[in-house]
Design a protein around this ligand. Structure first.
Ligand code: PLP
Length: 389
């Protein structure tokens, strides 16, 4: 293949662009993972994580695994075979998590959605109220459904569980929200928060996290699922001294520390504001093109990813491929029920206004070249917004 000049704009909603500082941190020489450098590194990471998860002293468990592994860790550490789990199919990731719940031998109650909306809080409350004997042991909620660009209201999920007076554990997947969207593990009384490295933390894929409440640790004492590699107890015991019961991915830990340092240098509130700004500019561009987002109610539009519906008869993958081939921009594909119907622009991680402008320009011309009927002026709408914001 001929050389393509310039860096590719990698714009699926994760993995995100990894900044040079993080790449350089990955190249650190090997250290003894039981020696003082690694021990200090682990302690620094836990300190750096506080503002990102707002975990309020709850322990964070790091896994050398993708986010899917951290889903499994949450389930296997807290539940017993046959326990009932309530999930919401907000999209592809809500579906995959539910499939794992079933496959692991739990009884699944999965609430459908139209894949364009957040978790229905009234529905959640009424299901839990009707469960008078408290057979539901856990609720699985995807905070930011990466396949649809819809964010669910996790504070509202907590309120609904409390309003029903139900003791179910709350598991929240904030894999595509972490480090980009405000998140409050402690204040929202989340029992296990699940995160991943490859999105807002600006790292390569490969690390994932469980943040664990006291209630989840209590449940862990009686949970009968086999836990294997995911077992929290030995990890927590050794983490106190900055160590692990196995060989941790030390170079990824160096990268994680650098990513967290960069978030704090910018200021976490400024990071959230930047994500909100870039998301709003993207939505204005979509409006300017006369197109629709998958997210129906703008109140729930994600600040990390926008999924754009292509009109009937236009295959979104062909449009996406055109943009890739002509402009070296890699966008997110439609997933699950949305295959061929949508493409997704990720606007998260180490990303700014001019990078987004390049992406939107490539998308605007690419849609035109692919034969999609759009109004011109999406890019201009984003630029006008940047000037005001
Ligand atoms: N949950 C959400 C919301 C995601 O966006 C993803 C991946 O994109 C996953 C879970 C699965 O994570 P991983 O691919 O790291 O296993």
């Amino acid at each position: 293949m001929p050389r393509i000049a310039g860096r590719q704009l990698v714009q699926p909603p994760g993995p995100t662009n990894v900044p040079d500082r993080v790449l350089r941190a990955l190249c650190a020489p090997t250290v003894d993972h039981r020696g003082p450098i690694a021990q200090q590194l682990v302690k620094d990471i836990f300190a750096g994580f506080e503002r990102v998860f707002a975990f309020g002293g709850d322990p964070v468990i790091l896994y050398a695994a993708s986010g899917t592994g951290a889903w499994m860790a949450a389930l296997s550490n807290t539940l017993s075979p046959g326990d009932k789990v309530l999930g919401f199919e907000t999209g592809h990731f809500g579906r995959l998590w539910a499939e794992m719940v079933s496959e692991m031998g739990f009884e699944l109650h999965q609430e459908p959605t139209d894949w364009r909306s957040p978790i229905d809080l009234n529905k959640l409350e009424s299901i839990l109220k009707a469960d008078k004997s408290h057979t539901i042991k856990a609720v699985c909620a995807v905070h930011n459904e990466t396949s649809t660009g819809v964010t669910s209201d996790i504070a509202g999920v907590r309120k609904a569980i409390d309003a029903a007076g139900h003791p179910a554990l709350l598991f929240v997947d904030t894999i595509s929200g972490l480090g980009s969207l405000p998140y409050e593990h402690k204040a929202w009384k989340v029992d296990v928060t699940i995160g991943g490295s490859q999105k807002g933390l600006m790292m390569p894929p490969g690390l994932s996290f469980n943040v664990v409440s006291e209630k989840a640790l209590e449940a862990n004492k009686t949970a009968k699922m086999p836990k294997g590699y995911w077992r929290w107890a030995p990890i927590l015991a050794q983490n106190k001294d900055g160590m692990f019961p196995y060989t941790p991915a030390t170079n990824m830990l160096f990268a994680l520390k650098e990513g967290l340092t960069m978030l704090h240098e910018e200021g976490i509130e400024a990071v959230y504001a930047r994500h909100a700004r870039l998301a709003e500019a993207t939505r204005r561009a979509v409006q300017g093109w006369g197109l629709e987002t998958v997210c129906k109610d703008p109140k729930y539009a994600s600040n990390t990813v926008t999924a754009i519906m292509t009109p009937d008869g236009v295959n979104a993958d062909q449009v996406r491929n055109m943009i890739y081939d002509r402009f070296n921009i890699s966008l997110g594909a439609g997933l699950g029920n949305l295959v061929g119907k949508t493409f997704r622009i990720g606007h998260l991680g180490d990303f700014n206004e001019t990078m987004l402008t390049g992406v939107l320009a490539g998308v605007e011309v690419g849609m035109d070249l692919a034969g999609m009927k759009i109004q011109k002026g999406g890019v201009q709408a984003a630029l006008t917004y940047f000037a005001q914001a």
